[in-house]
Design a protein around this ligand. Sequence first.
Ligand SMILES: Cc1cc2nc3c(=O)[nH]c(=O)nc-3n(C[C@H](O)[C@H](O)[C@H](O)COP(=O)(O)OP(=O)(O)OC[C@H]3O[C@@H](n4cnc5c(N)ncnc54)[C@H](O)[C@@H]3O)c2cc1C
Length: 442
Amino acid sequence: MEAGLEGLKVEVKEREDFAGYKLRPSLIVYATSEEDVVKTVNYARGKGVPVVVWGAGTSLTGATTCEGCILLDLSQMNKILEINDIDWYVRVQPGITLADLNNELMKRGFFLPPDPASSFWCSVGGAIVEGSGGMRAVKYGSFREWVLALRVVLSDGTVVKLGEPLRKNRAGYDLVHLMVGSEGTLGIVTEAWLRITPLPRKKIVTIMAFLTDVERAGEAMLELRRARVLPEYSEYMDVEVLRALNRQLSAGVRESEGGVLLIALEEDQLEETIKVLRKSSEELITAEGEEAERLYSLRAQAAVALKAEASGSKFLAEDIVVPISKLPEALRRLKELENKYNTRMPIIAHIGDGNLHPNIVIKDESIANELFEEVAMVAIELGGSVTGEHGVGIQKIKVLREQILRSNGLKALTLMEEIKRVFDPHDLFNPGKYVEGAANLK
Ligand SMILES: Cc1cc2nc3c(=O)[nH]c(=O)nc-3n(C[C@H](O)[C@H](O)[C@H](O)COP(=O)(O)OP(=O)(O)OC[C@H]3O[C@@H](n4cnc5c(N)ncnc54)[C@H](O)[C@@H]3O)c2cc1C
């Protein structure tokens, strides 16, 4: 046993994340407590070896990649510590999966709304530091809106509690929300207080609108916004995604040329929604109960179905956001890129947020990367963002720089790099990722 890591389970093994990035750590350490995390951080700092946390490895941007690092696996820190049904928060360890947490909350009449399509798999800690969004963000926001307080291990080995489990709290700089979306570069989350809310009481109905062409998906969104419709979720899958679901999961869904909108809403908004969607659809279906759950679960499995078909090719899941008013133009420009590169980019979208996931599946890695950057440029040029929820990792440093330079200026980028140095002067956590090096990138 390595001196300094006594009592900890360790292993030497390679790993691969969902996106296919290979991880070659010098050591995997399994933590079962905050003390284990502190011990590992102190050990790593002493040796000058970086630390990368492994939540569940569902990152789509190479955020867990590590060459010779210590990979700190938190999956065994998976307890619910408290469900407070008066102050409406839950206190958890970071390794619990989001689905396990929500299953427990639902037994008590609550839920934690942000629901990435990887909920059945991803860890709560990963979702916090990735600032994950998912299907219900259109109504409830992403993780940013649900994190109240955190316990964090810093790179000097100290433990700090940030924030309070209060509905309102204006005390000092908002360090909690600096951690949300920090992608494991500032500190290690060992405990979280998350806001919870009662399950919806009104009846929710799901609509599937099979569209005649892709651009109608964007136009329908604009019309629903004008009509002040606020859905529970508002998702889109194009015809390539529907075909993959039928092939991989025998989903039995209609393969309409323009894809499908999957929208859930309170029953009293149904009539006006149907009025809007009827104009764009060749078929409209409404569902409730088990059938609605089946449709939701098919949407959640869409990326898995696409990945299963991508073997032998580079698979890059894009994550751009455009203003909702620009959705039709964005969809048009993605079509133009498909023609330019003579490829198809199956689109899954949290379309109600303007968040599009065109998936690039191309054998030649350099062509795939070139197209990936062109897609990101569409978002930048339309006043959007290169990432809505998957983050930057190692994939998007260049386009992140492009977005911030155009929209916020170089000072914003250097401020971000300075924040990294304040939190992590040892450059111990996830070095070389996210904002690090972006200001001076050529
Ligand atoms: C099929 C599929 C569908 C997806 N759908 C969505 C979606 O709809 N919406 C969405 O937002 N994302 C989605 N994702 C992306 C991904 O699931 C999320 O980013 C997820 O929250 C990551 O969680 P994880 O536990 O797997 O983190 P990991 O991949 O293990 O880690 C991600 C990053 O966080 C760091 N990290 C993890 N835990 C901690 C911690 N406790 N403290 C500090 N750093 C930590 C890691 O070091 C790494 O840098 C999807 C992924 C897949 C595979």
